[in-house]
Design a protein around this ligand. Structure first.
Ligand code: NAD
Length: 456
């Protein structure tokens, strides 16, 4: 029996003691986790800085702070969420009462990527614990300092029969995926998402897939272009574009293209200076493989601004590309870096059709002061979620479930939805033995007319 089998066996045994689903046990675990995160805050910051040179500000606002506020929200609410809820009973079930019992799935596997290493390991973990499951967490091998620290935080403070970090390379992920779980929560690329789904299919394991893709950002001619540019540059360059919901490409009405580009350049320089290579708040590209992939993506493009790079410190400057067509590698794969292709358009109908002919995006952003146009975009394009007149911020709200659709993912989480995702809602009918109406029992002769009066 290998190590993973042993952990799985222990977790299964522990789960069936019923301890993990005890509400006070869940609450205590979440509170302990919160205290641990607070006590390790500086170390988490340091690890994120080593892996991605994330600033303390971004480490807190996009990772630690998000996880802490999720914890606070869930701690305040799980007592209520975890109670069985009484629902109406249909007349055909007279006399009875009906309930929905939330129950944990059992053993959950959480696989995370490297771009927000802390948030994407711990936010799903909170969902899993709050719902009463056990969890095995596999952080990304591409953010090794973070992965090592998470192992210390979790494995030194919780028994492996309950919550356990397993570190390793892609082979470890493959070995983990060959085992049987009760739920798999995967965050990462669409191509690996397909592998995860195939593996889950073997045991019909329910899954959440939080994937990526190309998220369009559309700028209409109506509204405050200066403000739009500010919010787009912020969303694109957060984590240097290595964000699943970063605006991937920009569609701008041809009448305002020039003005928008001038404003984009203004904000790039205002936020990061004329040479971001010297700016400690400008994050590096994760590794050489991704660095080379990005250089290849834009090397033959029509660069309007930026285009500088340096392999030694994995630096790629904020780069704006004039893109004449919807074809070519830069319009096919998810960019996941500080490069923004800009395409002009004339009518919304034209771009709605183009976007609908592509895989459904994880996010979409529409900038306009015209409410009718916003509704048109929301109602005519399918995408995971998004924002009108902003970028990325929709995922910071516990009241907005976050996830993709189809090729950009399935299922969602954050806030109550994190609890729901890791919960099976079991429907229970409690029948009275006092009376037993005869209409459903054979012989059926003469009963159909009466049934039709009820079931219509
Ligand atoms: P990735 O798919 O390469 O890796 C993610 C995880 O999968 C890692 O832990 C890795 O060990 C494992 N993995 C990789 N190859 C595997 C294989 N062949 N078999 C089994 N497991 C394997 O993704 P990444 O490069 O770490 O992350 C970037 C991608 O993640 C982007 O596409 C991005 O959009 C997406 N993403 C999505 C979200 C979201 O919430 N929807 C958040 C962050 C990132």
């Amino acid at each position: 029996m290998d190590y993973i089998d042993k952990v799985l066996m222990e977790q299964r045994k522990f789960f069936y003691t019923g301890k993990t689903s005890n509400i006070n046990f869940r609450l205590n675990t979440l509170k302990t986790l919160k205290d641990l995160i607070i006590s390790y805050e500086k170390e988490i910051e340091k690890a994120l800085n080593k892996d991605l040179n994330k600033s303390a500000f971004e480490a807190y606002t996009t990772e630690i702070g998000i996880v802490l506020s999720e914890l606070t929200y869930i701690i305040d609410n799980i007592k209520n969420w975890s109670k069985p809820k009484k629902v109406k009973t249909s007349i055909t079930n007279f006399k009875a009462t009906s309930y929905i019992y939330p129950e944990p799935y059992g053993i959950t596997l959480i696989i995370a990527p490297w771009n927000y290493p802390f948030q994407l390991c711990f936010a799903p973990l909170i969902g899993s614990i709050s719902a009463g499951n056990t969890a095995i967490i596999k952080p990304s091998e591409y953010a090794p300092c973070s992965a090592k620290l998470f192992e210390k935080i979790i494995n030194n403070n919780f028994p492996k029969k309950y919550i356990h970090i397993i570190n390793g390379d892609i082979e470890t992920s493959k070995v983990l995926l060959n085992k049987k779980y009760d739920y798999i929560f995967y965050t990462g690329s669409t191509s690996v998402g397909q592998i995860v789904m195939t593996k889950a299919a073997k045991h019909l394991t329910p899954i959440t897939l939080e994937l990526g893709g190309k998220s369009p950002c559309i700028v209409d001619k109506e509204g405050d272009l200066d403000l739009y540019a500010k919010r787009i540059v912020w969303g694109k360059l957060l984590n240097t574009g290595q964000t699943c919901v970063a605006p991937d490409y920009l569609l701008v009405h041809q009448s305002v293209k020039k003005e928008l580009i001038n404003n984009l350049i203004k904000y790039i320089e205002q936020f990061y200076g004329k040479n971001p290579a010297n700016n400690r708040e400008y994050i590096k590209i994760i590794n050489e493989k991704h660095f080379k992939r990005l250089i290849n993506l834009f090397s033959k493009s029509n660069i309007i601004y930026g285009g500088q790079y340096n392999l030694e410190n994995l630096y790629i400057s904020p780069t704006l590309i004039n893109q004449d067509s919807w074809d070519g590698p830069i319009m096919e794969e998810e960019i996941f870096g500080p490069i923004l292709p800009i395409i002009e358009y004339e009518t919304l109908d034209e771009i709605i059709e183009k976007i609908n002919n592509r895989p459904k995006p994880l996010a979409l952003y529409f900038f306009s002061s015209n409410k009718e146009k916003s509704e048109k975009i929301i109602n005519n394009i399918s995408f995971g979620g998004g924002a009108i007149n902003d970028t990325i911020m929709h995922l910071s709200s516990p009241y907005l479930p976050f996830g993709g659709v189809g090729p950009s993912g399935m299922g969602s989480y954050h806030g109550k939805k994190s609890f729901d995702t890791f919960t099976h809602y079991k429907s229970i009918l409690k029948k009275s033995n006092l009376i037993d109406p005869n209409f459903r029992y054979p012989p059926y002769k003469g009963k159909l007319k009466a049934v039709k009066k009820i079931l219509k």
